[in-house]
Design a protein around this ligand. Structure first.
Ligand code: SAM
Length: 190
């Protein structure tokens, strides 16, 4: 699949994905309800090497979900836009995570996403872990991805969550032969 070669050539597994996976691995256990937004082909979940299946995966692309489905690592998979899913779902989750999806969200969409994620987290110990693309200013780049400065992402996150940690990664991924700087955020329900 084309996505797999992009991932391999971009050292995504060693960069952004490894950083998010490390935080998820620290926080996941078999007793909690977990939601992954923009799960794609299930690369992060499969690399968690879990013996239990308690992750609900959501992605807007049925093609990506078909690949994830064959890996048999998710409790269930839902083909939906993340905002639509969160708007219509009644289940609460102890842990929500998202790797490399935030770049598809404008600031306005991001604020709605964050509000819905906060409402979907179970209690004040519940966490949201995500990565995003860093830019020198908030903008949409030539790949039509949204980039955010660390400061503005911290400001937006604090508005909706109890912000715990925001970290610039040494290496995010490579795209079109250029390094993409990524940030990692770990926050809790407000
Ligand atoms: C770069 S891929 C990352 C996939 C996966 N998280 C991983 O680490 O391999 C981004 C994924 O986000 C999904 N996506 C983009 N916008 C979305 C949205 N609004 N709601 C749900 N999924 C979305 C895409 O279909 C794609 O599978």
């Amino acid at each position: 699949m084309r996505y797999d070669s992009i991932v391999k050539n971009g050292y995504y597994l060693e960069g952004e994905l490894a950083a998010v996976r490390k935080e998820v691995a620290i926080n996941i256990n078999k007793k909690i309800n977990v939601l992954e937004l923009g799960c794609g082909t299930g690369l992060l979940a499969e690399n968690l090497n879990l013996e239990f299946k308690n992750i609900v995966g959501v992605d807007i692309s049925q093609n990506m979900l078909s690949v994830a489905h064959h890996k048999q690592i998710y409790e269930s998979l839902v083909c939906s836009d993340s905002i639509d899913f969160l708007s219509n779902n009644n289940k609460k989750f102890d842990l929500i995570f998202s790797c490399s999806m935030i770049q598809y969200f404008s600031e306005k969409q991001l604020m709605l996403l964050f509000e819905l994620v906060n409402n979907t987290l179970k209690n004040t110990k519940s966490k949201f872990i995500f990565s995003f693309d860093i830019g020198n200013k908030n903008c949409i780049n030539n790949k039509l991805f949204f980039e955010y400065t660390i400061d503005s992402m911290e400001k937006i996150t604090r508005k909706y969550f109890k912000s715990l940690k925001i970290q610039k990664l040494d290496f995010g991924r490579i795209e079109h032969k250029k390094v993409v700087q990524c940030g990692l955020v770990i926050c809790q329900k407000k």
